[in-house]
Write a protein that binds this ligand. Structure first.
Ligand code: GRF
Length: 215
């Protein structure tokens, strides 16, 4: 049960690629700065994702769910959800996860699915705004600053409530590649910061005495 003194918020990490945000979160936990959380499982839709291979090497529980084996997104997310429940996940962390999350998962984890996006949302978010597309669009628009955003995930892409942002300034000679590097450094700081706050809020709610109603 989630009310023990030593309860930690259990993270389910979903990733599809290199997993640098996962590594940053893990390093922060290992450094003792994120003592409220533990990693319950790391899941990928791509068997070759570097982040997943790293999680395996580190001895974490991992799972691969191949999209082609499911008839539709909802069936996929139901299997994902079963796995998350089996591992008692409290908070779902999208860390470079390439799939759109359906209501199957969102209803089971209301307010408890987080994502990181490489722009200052609401700017440069939404359909098609992925990876280098974001940084290319920012540079093409001659923006003076960009950054990253952690937000709660809702059914509207990149439009859930914003939980934290970090900014970077854009130099005149900036390229999408150099901007991506700068933003990523900030992502690795921002995600653990936000997770710490959200996990603490969740633990505080669990620690509140339950109201007893008498008839
Ligand atoms: C990051 O830029 C993140 O903002 C976006 O996907 C990228 C994932 O990078 N959602 P990594 O796999 O964590 O290195």
């Amino acid at each position: 049960m989630a009310t023990k003194e030593n309860k930690k918020i259990r993270l389910g990490i979903l990733l599809s690629g290199r997993g640098s945000n996962f590594k940053a979160i893990l390093q922060t936990i290992q450094s003792g700065q994120l003592a409220q959380v533990e990693i319950a499982t790391v899941i990928s839709n791509r068997p070759s994702s570097q982040g997943l291979l790293y999680a395996e090497e580190q001895g974490f529980n991992t799972a691969i769910f191949l999209p082609k084996l499911f008839p539709h997104r909802e069936a996929y997310d139901q299997t994902l959800l079963d796995h998350l429940k089996q591992h008692h996940v409290d908070l779902v962390i999208l860390a470079g996860y390439s799939r759109i999350i359906t209501s199957v998962l969102l209803k089971a984890f209301p307010q408890s699915v987080l994502n990181i996006h490489p722009s200052l949302l609401p700017a440069y978010g939404g359909k098609g705004m992925l990876g280098m597309n974001v940084h290319e669009a920012v540079i093409a628009a001659h923006e003076k600053e960009s950054g990253c955003t952690v937000h709660r995930v809702t059914e509207a892409i990149d439009a859930g409530p914003i939980l934290g942002q970090r900014k970077v300034s854009i130099a005149p000679e900036e390229t999408p590649e150099t901007l991506a590097e700068k933003v990523l450094i900030q992502e690795h700081l921002l995600y653990p910061e936000v997770i710490e706050k959200i996990a603490q809020d969740m633990l505080d709610i669990l620690a509140q005495p339950k109201e007893v109603t008498t008839l």
